[in-house]
Design a protein around this ligand. Structure first.
Ligand SMILES: Nc1nc2c(ncn2[C@@H]2O[C@H](COP(=O)(O)OP(=O)(O)OP(=O)(O)O)[C@@H](O)[C@H]2O)c(=O)[nH]1
Ligand SMILES: [Mg+2]
Length: 238
């Protein structure tokens, strides 16, 4: 299925759904403060061990994917200005379920299980792959992927696999190069440049530096995620 089709879901609807009411309040080009307020509305909905247990496949959602320990849960917490919304851990493989968070207009953020943790049985890894593939290929409400990559170890096999997948399905993909606070400014720029160069054949993929412990990249990340959750509104603003 062409994932771009799913983006039509918000186009042309003139009803007073919660989403449209919220957008009236936010306007077409919300300020940084309004974006913060919007993402701060995120609340936990549910965790699904299997894709079949996910919330109804309606509206739009943006999913955070990436290697285990890349900083997915930390990024969700930073974007939503909440410390404990998504559970973070020093132990790789902490997030083993799909965790869904709802925003005040009904759209969702999804924390996907990390990939690449060593201490998990082969059977569990195969189950992970099966569930991820099912989610990524069949979830109609999936509007975009946020691919989290540790800025100190960019573009490993898993990241390439996700990028190839995104390209195949014409899925919008925004890379957050995480833990930028651990790099000097020049090393950060170098990492950003290297990834920009390697994605130049992926027209729907973009990249930025991000840190969950500082303000680096925060407004930009919020804006990109907001735009993916409200494609019709964002398009009319340009
Ligand atoms: N300094 C710094 N540490 C970070 C940042 N992002 C995440 N971390 C740390 O990296 C570790 C892993 O972060 P998580 O957010 O749990 O990573 P995850 O990708 O959700 O991991 P899994 O759930 O295991 O897949 C934690 O100890 C975080 O505190 C960042 O931007 N800067
Ligand atoms: Mg996690």
């Amino acid at each position: 299925m062409n994932k771009l089709d799913s983006k039509d879901k918000t186009a042309g609807s003139e009803d007073q759904s919660p989403m449209h009411k919220a957008l009236d309040a936010l306007g077409t080009n919300p300020s940084a403060a309004k974006l913060q307020g919007y993402f701060q509305s995120a609340t936990y909905i549910t965790s699904a061990a299997k894709v079949s247990q996910s919330p109804a496949d309606a509206g739009l959602e943006v999913a955070f994917a990436g290697r285990s320990n890349a900083g997915k849960s930390s990024a969700i917490n930073r974007v939503s200005s909440q410390k404990k919304l998504a559970r973070t851990s020093k132990t790789p493989g902490r997030t083993q379920l799909l965790n869904f968070f709802g925003l005040n207009d009904g759209q969702r953020l999804v924390d996907l299980p990390g990939y690449g943790f060593a201490k998990v049985s082969i059977a569990k890894k195969l189950e992970w792959q099966k569930q991820m593939q099912k989610y990524l290929e069949h979830r109609d409400s999936l509007a975009a992927l946020i691919l989290l990559i540790d800025s100190r170890h960019p573009l490993q096999d898993f990241d390439q696999m996700m990028l190839d997948w995104a390209k195949t399905y014409e899925m919008r993909c925004h890379i957050l190069l995480t833990k930028a606070d651990k790099l000097s400014r020049s090393a950060g720029k170098k990492a950003l440049f290297a990834v920009e160069k390697s994605i130049n054949k992926h027209p729907l993929t973009t990249v930025q530096l991000f840190s969950a412990t500082s303000d680096e990249g925060l407004v930009e990340a919020r804006r990109v995620i907001f735009e993916q959750l409200h494609p019709a509104v964002s398009a009319s603003a340009t």
